[in-house]
Design a protein around this ligand. Structure first.
Ligand SMILES: Cc1cc2nc3c(=O)[nH]c(=O)nc-3n(C[C@H](O)[C@H](O)[C@H](O)COP(=O)(O)OP(=O)(O)OC[C@H]3O[C@@H](n4cnc5c(N)ncnc54)[C@H](O)[C@@H]3O)c2cc1C
Length: 391
């Protein structure tokens, strides 16, 4: 009898899972429904570029219909509000209830605010295309308002967090703000970019030589780093630091932490303290074997027993593996354990350069590294059959 597979989330993990599952299973084996907040897939790894106007919104928005139209996958635009794995039910915001035989949860992550007062209320975040658009509109309004109001805090931009996404955003700021200043007739020397990080250095865990290159490049373009300085509170227009200092700024963007999706935490699937579902070597929830959890909302440990950082690369590999696992659930046969194959990590530093490590030891910087980063994006687009996006 035909099984019902429901996939929640059409991000990197969910979309690749839908495509891969259809490679192995035809419609008489299983129906597939993919549920997503929007009717498009978003290229989250490029949000920092669109947040400063360096890349069009359109190029980051891939209509699900375009990718899935011939795959016999039902696309359901809707917001999941509740999972009930005991009843095998999913509730949507419009009160619709979906039932399933096999469920794939790929709802991504949420921002971790670490309980810092005012941070959630007053900081921008960068986890969706709409948030990137909001930030872009705000930055433009700061430049438009300055000639009228002459408030220095309009030209002071603070990025909280110096991990991958924080540094990539700072790099975009460093490249884009001179253009925005020129367009608004604002002297560039009045524009300030701060990167505030609680850890002792930027890009924790990254190769020290590459970190130095990144720091030098960004400092040369005017970025001021404040490391080893936790943010303790945010008020409208004011960031408080543990050192006792404050920064007056109309723009704080928080990139300092992620946690699993709250819907997963509330569902009764076993999670860790950061809200990520615990899964076995086949990506099945440890307490509900008919539920697969993929991408940022799953906890995967490396050989040292430490969680893999949440990346798009890991998410789509999990999506691809899950397609095969679903095949075995339905057609039988032995499942091979999921083993991530992390090709490397590349952080962009603005439009023209990047730093990265490919494989275990190959280090790359500058334009070449940026080229590799772009190539990995095209590789992904090719994988989902959508290589021709509009830049
Ligand atoms: C600015 C930035 C830059 C990054 N750069 C890189 C990079 O260079 N390389 C890299 O490998 N990783 C990068 N990452 C991390 C990467 O984007 C994530 O690890 C990846 O998106 C995780 O994929 P996912 O499928 O788990 O979740 P997502 O891609 O977030 O997909 C989740 C999907 O679920 C949908 N959804 C969420 N909640 C609901 C709901 N309640 N109901 C219905 N639908 C819902 C969302 O709309 C989305 O479509 C970056 C992240 C950010 C924020």
């Amino acid at each position: 009898m035909e099984k019902r597979i429901v996939i929640l989330g059409a991000g990197y993990a969910g979309l690749v899972c839908a495509l891969q599952t259809r490679k192995y299973l035809n419609s008489s084996d299983a129906s597939i429904t993919i549920v997503n907040k929007h009717n498009y897939h978003q290229l989250i790894t490029l949000l920092h570029e669109t947040a400063v106007g360096a890349r069009s919104d359109r190029s980051l928005r891939i209509p699900l219909q375009k990718v899935l139209h011939d795959k016999n996958v039902e696309i359901k635009k809707g917001t999941v509000v509740k999972l009930d794995p005991d009843a095998k039910q999913v509730k949507l915001e419009n009160d619709e209830t979906l039932t399933y035989d096999l469920l794939v949860v790929a709802l991504g992550s949420e921002t971790e605010y670490f309980g810092i007062p005012g941070l959630k209320e007053h900081a921008f975040t960068l986890k969706s295309l709409n948030q990137a658009r909001l930030l872009r509109a705000h930055i433009e309004s700061c430049f438009a308002r300055y000639p009228l109001e002459h408030k220095r805090e309009l030209l002071r931009f603070v990025v909280g967090g110096a991990g991958f996404s924080g540094i990539e955003l700072v790099g975009e700021f460093a490249d884009a703000l001179p253009r925005l200043a020129a367009e608004a007739g604002v002297p560039l020397e009045l524009v300030e970019i701060y990167n505030v990080e609680a850890a002792p250095g930027i890009l924790p865990g990254f190769d020290p030589e590459l970190v130095k290159t990144a720091e030098e490049s960004l400092k040369a373009r005017g970025v001021r780093f404040m490391t080893g300085v936790p943010i303790t509170q945010v008020e409208p227009g004011l960031v408080h630091l543990k050192s006792g200092d404050t920064i007056e700024s109309e723009t704080i963007v928080w990139t300092g932490g992620v946690r699993g999706n709250q819907i997963v935490v509330d569902s009764g699937l076993e999670t860790d303290p950061r809200g990520r579902a615990k899964v076995d070597e086949h990506l099945q929830s440890v307490n509900h074997e008919d539920v697969y959890v993929l991408g940022d909302c799953a906890l995967i440990l490396n050989e040292q027993g430490r969680p893999y950082p949440p990346t798009a690369q890991l998410a789509w590999q999990m999506g691809a593996a899950c397609g095969k696992f679903l095949y075995h659930d339905i057609r039988g046969g032995l499942k091979e354990d999921f083993k991530p194959n992390i090709a490397g990590a590349i952080a962009s530093l603005g439009r023209k350069e990047a730093i990265g490590k490919i494989g275990k030891s190959f280090k790359t910087t500058g334009k070449m590294a940026y080229f590799f980063k772009d190539a990995s994006n095209y590789r992904y687009l090719n994988k989902i059959g959508s290589v021709f996006t509009n830049r």
